[in-house]
Design a protein. Sequence first.
Length: 448
Amino acid sequence: MGTETVRTHTADETAGRKREQRGWYFYDWACSVYSTSVLTVFLGPYLTAVAEHAADADGYVHPLGVPVRAGSFFAYSVSLSVIAAVVVMPLVGGAADRTGRKKPLLAAAAYTGAAATTGMFFLDGDRYLLGGVLLVVANAAQSVAMMLYNSYLPQIAPPDERDAVSSRGWAFGYAAGSLVLVANLVLYTAHDSFGLSETAAVRVCLASAGLWWGAFTLVPLRRLRDRHARAERATAPGLRQLVDTVRDMRGHPLTLSFLLAYLVYNDGIQTVITQASVYGSEELGLGQSTLIGAVLLVQVLAVAGALAMGRLARTYGARRTILGSLVAWTATLAAGYFLPAKAPVWFFVLASGIGLVLGGSQALSRSLFSHLVPPGKEAEYFAAYELSDRGMSWLGPLLFGLTYQLTGSYRSAIVSLVAFFVIGFVLLARVPVRRAIGAAGNPVPEKI
């Protein structure tokens, strides 16, 4: 009878865990449309056009009396949002670990971001300042929410499931991004058929991302559950929390070693994502429709890539699979150097290569890091991880820009990014992952 009770309890525990995992996937489904439709495709050009409409005769706008070139307003707004996230994430991460109440904090961050994105519907005329404020709020809130979302991973998946669970989450996100982007592009390209002006169609696309984000966030909020905080955990207020986290991480140097490797190769990944369209338009002479089609192709193939690399990790381990993906990134960029101009087919081949390794390298990095986090400090450490992801990716664009400035060639600029993948490969290969997991106080999976 006792054995039967244990089996029933184990079955109930497994069913509850699977239910939480399915709910967790849906936050990626909810929020990824913001990154795809808003940040990657529509908001940059539209907010720049609004700022240019409001500019003076010299091409400047004056937020809070500060002269800013209209063409730079979007970039500055993104930078300001990163600074806001750097300030808020450690505070929220510490509070989440201290209280154990991640779900209310996730809800607050997600709905703040969704509301700000929905409010972009009112971004018209010369309301560039409204657009900048909404972008800062939405982007910072997205960073905070992703930090909390990622910190659930070690709590909802045992070590041997994390690679697969993390990969499915990324796949859900890319699938949603693809689906909504297709609908947005139909609305945008055929706006006359829907009785909308071009600007109205863009505003509807922006707001629809916010509504999608808010609606599907209900699923994880219903299925995820809070855990009791560890009684001995005490965290400092404000930015002191970030200092305390860094000090604590110094006691786990192997975890820091992985974070350094991730910072380097992820900087390369983020720069490829943001600069590939510049390379396509300026160096290869490709049109906007080709570039948007390439973005959509990357989104679709990233679903398959994330799931496929999750399967490879089961056989070869996450670390080896990530190392393989860095080799693939290097080969893809090297091939990109030789792409002929005015040849959309070859650019789509390049986009295919990026898509197949993009989702998997990000998903497996997240799951591998989850093994290196000391128990009870998930949100705190994932705040540092998210800062590495969003707040530190400036070296890549700087190298890209400097290389172009010195050589006058976007081909040289794109191939210069190989350095990030080579250095990241070397740094990651030197991390003794099994020893790092044990040093963090976690069980070591059979395959890692």
